[in-house]
Design a protein around this ligand. Structure first.
Ligand SMILES: NC(=O)c1ccc[n+]([C@@H]2O[C@H](COP(=O)([O-])OP(=O)(O)OC[C@H]3O[C@@H](n4cnc5c(N)ncnc54)[C@H](O)[C@@H]3O)[C@@H](O)[C@H]2O)c1
Length: 354
């Protein structure tokens, strides 16, 4: 019997609504598979908590989370709390403290009707973006000088350490080798003459250890164009924190939008828990109405199961999503249907392919 301890942080807005559906799916799996069990511990952290307590999470929140096998997060952010506080004091804090330096973002089209790209099908859009998740432009390094004066200057430093750059690039080569796919590095060496020249050099250096992996290197502007015009060029993509953040939203747009996009924040060494989350935010415009699309949160469950080594169930969840997408009427309104968030979760459990 394998047991997995999951910390659940529903967060704010629709985060709470969609995470409830993901937990429903995990409980259904537990019922069907006598070899697996899960326990769930919920944490009330987020913006509502901040408005009452003046902090996004408990002071010792990181210690409280340390012993879990995984963290399942909904979304954080709500009007009334500045976004840079909600994001940095919870989401980014967890990513950083737990050294979740790999962000895995599948860009997989599960149904041809979902892409706005003309004549592209499932076989054209099926790749994995591996985004550096711990440093780069999001390291939080910089300065704000002469605030409010005419000579005001702000500096946002991109931090690219040898260790941080090498480990993400090596992770991507390993993934490309394991899955026998090509690897594309996305950078911007022509304009960013320190950080991205360094990135390109490390990509080449590490590549010497992987002569079996076919590689490509694109500037980020060209890569953005190809994501839309020629997505079939990509199989595994590795890129920096900022470029990855932007490119993966293009990835979401070409595969069905925010209601379907998922992301895993991985600490590959498993020294700390990894975190699984839908990519979308708390959507205050639709929160509390029961109409949020839970599929992205359910896809996160598939990533979590893969990470636990339960690939059979990871695949089962993904195949069930694919099955459900065939009939958009049974989905939420963003997908053209009229179902509620919990209707989608209930139907998913009914259809779960095992
Ligand atoms: N990972 C996170 O926790 C995360 C990510 C992005 C934004 N945020 C925060 O969320 C708040 C709102 O941000 P935003 O409006 O820019 O982005 P958002 O993703 O919350 O919403 C953007 C649009 O997409 C729609 N949408 C998003 N998810 C949906 C779903 N599952 N089903 C149906 N429609 C969905 C929303 O209704 C909205 O119209 C902000 O406070 C922001 O900081 C948090």
């Amino acid at each position: 019997m394998k047991h997995f301890n999951i910390a659940v942080i529903p967060g704010d807005g629709i985060g709470r609504e969609v995470v409830a559906e993901g937990v429903k799916i995990l409980k259904a799996i537990e019922k069907r598979d006598s070899e697996i069990s899960f326990s769930f511990t919920e944490f009330p952290w987020g913006c509502e908590y901040y408005l009452k307590q003046g902090k996004m999470m408990d002071e010792d929140g990181i210690d409280q989370l340390k012993s879990f096998d995984a963290i399942y997060l909904g979304a954080v952010g709500y009007p009334g709390v500045p976004d840079h506080i909600s994001l940095r004091d919870l989401l980014i804090k967890i990513r950083r403290e737990f050294d979740q330096y790999v962000n895995l973002r599948p860009v997989t089209l599960l149904n041809p009707s979902l892409t706005p790209l003309k004549e592209k099908t499932e076989k054209d859009i099926d790749f994995l973006v591996i985004r550096e998740n711990s440093e780069g432009e999001y390291a939080g390094a910089g300065n704000w000088l002469y605030k409010g004066k005419p000579e005001e200057v702000v500096l946002q430093t991109g931090v690219f350490s040898r260790k941080g750059t090498e480990r993400i690039i090596r992770y991507a080569y390993e993934e490309a080798r394991r899955s026998k796919r090509t690897l594309t590095s996305v950078s911007k060496g022509n304009a960013l003459n320190y950080s991205m020249v360094f990135w390109d050099e490390v990509f080449e250096e590490v590549g010497k250890e992987y002569p079996d992996v076919e590689t490509y290197s694109y500037l980020v502007d060209a890569a953005s164009l190809y994501f839309v015009s020629d997505p079939e060029r990509f199989e595994v993509v590795v890129t920096s924190n900022l470029f990855g953040d932007i490119l993966t939203d293009i990835g979401a747009a070409i595969t069905g939008g925010m209601g379907l996009a998922t992301g895993a924040n991985i600490n590959p060494e498993k020294k700390y828990p990894s975190m699984f989350e839908p990519v979308h935010g708390s959507a205050p415009d639709i929160a509390g109405k029961g109409v949020a699309n839970p599929i992205a949160a359910i896809w996160s469950v598939s990533q979590m199961l893969d990470f636990f080594g339960e690939a059979k169930w990871g695949k089962a969840v993904l195949s069930t999503i694919q099955e459900m997408l065939k009939d958009t009427e049974q989905l939420t309104s963003d997908m053209g249907g009229n179902a509620s968030t919990s209707d989608v979760g209930d139907l998913f459990v009914e259809l779960l392919i095992d």
